[in-house]
Design a protein. Sequence first.
Length: 132
Amino acid sequence: MAEQRNDRREDPIHALDTDYEDAGQPALEDTTEDFVVPGDEPVAMGEFGTTGTEKEAGEPLDIALSREEPDIWNRAPGTEGDAEADPVAGRLVAEDRGSRPDHEDQLVAEDEGVDSGGFSAEEQAVHEREEP
């Protein structure tokens, strides 16, 4: 049988019995103490105001206005600038507004219109389309 020789040199940094502080490495249980905790607000690195000097000086108005986007949530569909949008179906409401049991064979309702746009997800999915 061949003898196994253990002539390998010992590695002081990776030795199992080496103290972490003696090897110049932090202890494993303390690794999270040195991490920086991210802030609550997202920061875009290319935006104005990421350095302390820029924050103190304030953002020039022309840069702030160049990032502005128009509010389109309060525009009715089909108005200016919204030419390719599908016409949205209005809210259909039963004649008796659902206050009495319905005994008719036909479903009858009136179109209430857009009704200030507070649609549910199901109502937003309904669109008018022309029959071919």
